[in-house]
Design a protein around this ligand. Structure first.
Ligand code: HEM
Length: 313
């Protein structure tokens, strides 16, 4: 497992930082640049990272880069497609929906400094402009003690240590893709007014945890439709984890959560989403979805660091 963690892009395994900036690019059509030009543009991200990082290494700056199915097909036609990379599947049931939206290249910039993240974002957008345009830039930040803006602590059940490496990094694929990871990104907007009109007791049932101290509800108190019941993935009684590096974003007019979930196989996250979305035989879906609305949804492959290093001049 140690060997896999050495292959991974550092931001995949590290914890969320104080600030995170998420950039979504779509490729220019037609994509006229040749492979050398494409490689050159992509290698710029690591140059920018080094230049800005040396200003204050204690800011723990990292830049994580990923590609969707369409992005991979167009950018790396001569490299094998990661075995489980496919377009994100939209889902809907009742008045709930998980849309599938465009995005070819994705960047997650993390650090303790918002100004660093902005500088990196600005320079990445500039260096990619001959091959891709920036269509979304979301600036997330730590809110209180790692709470979402619905005021509950988020990330508690994330795997740690070796379990994190096993849950997140690809071990079974061609050698080139080992140490990679799959990432689902969804941007959610909170229906804050509806949420705030609920009692704390009901909110705690929706999340499956106590609001003030983040203690999990006992099994006999936790409804089948609680978020932490519906989102948990178990196969033959064994829990399969994902790593969520969610960050809230926004202001008093509009805000929400960037769901940023990494896993060794996208099926873990897709199973979680399926359980959340579709009502079971008792009519139970994830009640959190009554209070948050997914606006975007894309699946990316996050290649290993060694895959990216091959582009460096
Ligand atoms: C607005 C969107 C979301 C919010 C505000 C949110 C919030 C939370 C909170 C507060 C918890 C409890 C603490 C914790 O263990 O982290 C939690 C747990 C969890 N969430 Fe979410 N979540 C969101 C979307 C999602 C999505 C889309 C997925 C899956 C694709 C997901 C998967 C999970 C999982 C796996 C757990 C841990 C369950 C357990 O084992 O206890 N969440 N989430």
């Amino acid at each position: 497992m140690q060997h896999l963690s050495e292959l991974a892009q550092p931001g995949v395994l590290s914890n969320p930082t104080q600030f995170a900036e998420y950039l979504t690019f779509t490729l220019n059509t037609p994509l006229t640049a040749d492979q050398d030009k494409i490689n050159d543009c992509l290698s710029h991200a690591s140059v920018i990272l080094k230049d800005i990082n040396q200003k204050d290494p204690s800011a723990c700056l990292s830049v994580t880069m990923g590609f969707s199915f369409n992005g991979w097909q167009q950018l790396f036609p001569n490299e094998p497609m990661p075995a489980q990379l496919h377009p994100f599947k939209a889902m809907s049931d009742g008045n709930r929906s998980f849309p599938s939206t465009v995005g070819d290249i994705f960047f997650m910039i993390k650090s303790q400094r918002m100004d660093f993240n902005f500088q990196v974002a600005k320079h990445i957008a500039k260096s990619l402009h001959t091959i891709a345009g920036l269509i979304e830039d979301v600036q997330g930040y730590q809110y209180l003690d790692n709470r979402d803006m619905i005021d509950f602590v988020d990330g508690t059940e994330n795997p740690t240590g070796n379990e994190r490496i096993e849950s997140v990094l690809v071990a079974e694929d061609v050698e080139l893709h080992q140490g990679g990871s799959y990432l689902v990104v969804q941007k959610y907007i909170d229906r804050q007014h509806d949420w705030d009109s609920q009692t704390t007791e009901y909110q705690e049932q929706v999340v499956g945890r106590r609001k003030m101290d983040n203690i999990e509800l006992d099994d006999d108190e936790k409804p089948a439709w609680a978020h932490n019941a519906k989102s948990k993935v178990e196969i033959d009684g064994i829990e399969i984890k994902m790593l969520r590096q969610n960050r809230p974003f926004g202001n008093a007019m509009e805000h929400g959560t960037m769901f940023v979930g990494f896993a060794a196989t996208p099926s873990v996250i897709e199973t979680s989403l399926t359980q959340m979305m579709y009502a079971d035989e008792n009519g139970h879906y994830d009640r959190l979805l009554d209070f948050v609305e997914a606006k975007t949804g894309t699946l990316y492959f996050i290649p290993s660091q060694s895959f990216l290093d091959q582009f460096e001049a």
